[in-house]
Design a protein around this ligand. Structure first.
Ligand code: RNT
Ligand code: ZN
Length: 414
């Protein structure tokens, strides 16, 4: 296949020591875990209680997926416009019960996710998993940190059940399953006692992880947060709590871009984490003023995040997942835009001569570093990206027509 623009770009990049064919090969292997919950505004199928837990999907765009089949159909559409093979990230609230049946979260079993395993197997996708500690009558302020032993016990059982389901995913799909724990627990107003709920959260995590599970198959993560809506004054699973717990328990810390103070950047945290953890995990999202979960853009922070992963040779140590939910725009487009932007950011990082740039820094050549880096910004990345789309059989820049057609033919009929 002769692609003139690609051939020219290849030559331009070769002059700065970058082999674009190798870059394409590397990028093809980068697997991103796409969150299923963009498709239905984080509603899931197991409860009518609506989204709770300090998070919110705003907007009312037409065509939200209302059933497992609709969500699967939408995911297929999105993946058909995203280059490469990825994973699908499920939440426990996406359990599929046959014939109007219902099983509460503490008694979920692998069989409730068999439809998802069949879906993934057919498409050669991996599955990741999340226990759902929100949108439930027993999630009222505190879950794993609750002082009510009945409530705390319920959620511990849920966590254990999810470990079993994660193991089932890994076994069936012959690849590890990442299980991420995030709890919404917090308080709207100033707590009288910040420590007691945190100690109970710690105890609950210990109890969940005491359940025997295959650590090669299931990578358990813990996601921290700074605040949620209606929970502005206190978050039990804060950054310090989660970091210390993950370190002590030998699990994986997870950082979400929306879960820090507005001037803190996850990109700057990655190297510190890599200095102490074998693996770390990310929820790539875009926080606009707060944990707003806007669609990921090809912006400075996403590029800097990708650069920190690639330049530190950590593509196999950083677990990359997306996490946003915009209900104001076409949800399939939202998936496609965000996933492609994460990939583009990784491509951008792979197209940078990291060693040359590091060498400039080490010898104090900061003027040259700035000059060179600014020139790199207008190198022909777009031509390499288009070629990457071409070899992966997905549309180039003109994918939106496909989404529009799908909106008219499928989404409008919902
Ligand atoms: C919430 C966390 C969490 C959720 C998903 C649905 O602030 O980011 O990861 O978005 O579990
Ligand atoms: Zn998240």
């Amino acid at each position: 296949m002769k692609n003139n623009r690609y051939e020219q770009a290849k030559e331009i990049y070769s002059k700065i020591g970058i082999d674009t064919d190798e870059v394409i090969k590397t990028l093809s292997k980068v697997c991103i875990s796409m969150h299923c919950w963009q498709g239905d505004d984080v509603r899931g199928f197991d409860t009518e209680s609506g989204l709770s837990g300090g998070i919110q999907a705003t907007g009312n765009y037409l065509g939200r997926a209302r059933t497992p089949d609709e969500l699967m159909q939408d995911i297929d559409k999105a993946f058909s416009l995203i280059p490469g093979k990825h994973k699908l990230n499920l939440h426990a609230c996406y359990a599929v019960f046959g014939n109007g049946g219902h099983t509460d979260r503490d008694a979920l079993e692998p069989r409730h996710f068999q439809k998802w395993v069949d879906f993934a197997k057919k498409r050669g996708l991996g599955l990741d998993f999340n226990p759902t500690f929100f949108s439930h009558p027993k999630a009222n302020g505190l879950t794993l940190s609750s002082g009510d032993e009945e409530i705390r016990g319920f959620w511990v059982r849920h966590g254990k059940a999810c470990l079993k389901i994660s193991e089932y995913f890994a076994r069936e799909l012959s690849q590890p399953c990442v299980m991420n724990i995030w709890i919404p627990d917090g308080m709207k107003d100033i707590p009288a006692d910040r420590l007691t709920p945190r100690l109970r959260f710690k105890k609950s995590l210990d109890e969940i992880l005491s359940e025997p599970y295959d650590k090669e198959k299931v990578h358990v993560c813990l996601e921290s947060k700074v605040f949620g809506i209606g929970l502005e004054s206190y978050t039990v699973g804060s950054a310090e709590f989660c970091l210390n717990y993950a370190n002590k328990a030998g699990i994986v810390p997870l950082m979400d871009n929306g879960h820090y103070h507005p001037t803190e950047q996850v990109s700057d945290k990655i190297s510190s984490m890599l200095a102490f953890f074998d693996k770390i995990a990310l929820h790539i999202t875009r926080a606009v003023r707060w944990d707003s979960d806007h669609v990921v853009l090809y912006d400075d922070e996403t590029r800097e995040t990708a650069k920190e992963i690639v330049a530190n040779n950590a593509l196999d140590r950083v677990i990359i997942a997306t996490d946003y939910f915009d209900a104001d725009i076409n949800r399939i487009a939202a998936w496609v835009i965000g996933m492609r932007n994460v990939q583009k950011a990784i491509l951008n990082a792979l197209l940078q001569p990291a060693d040359k740039l590091k060498e400039m820094q080490e010898r104090g050549g900061f003027t040259e570093l700035t000059a060179f880096r600014e020139e790199l910004k207008t190198f022909p990345l777009g031509d390499v990206w288009e070629y990457f789309c071409e070899v992966n059989n997905v549309p180039k820049a003109n994918w939106f027509g496909e989404v529009q057609k799908y909106e008219n033919e499928v989404l409008k009929c919902r």
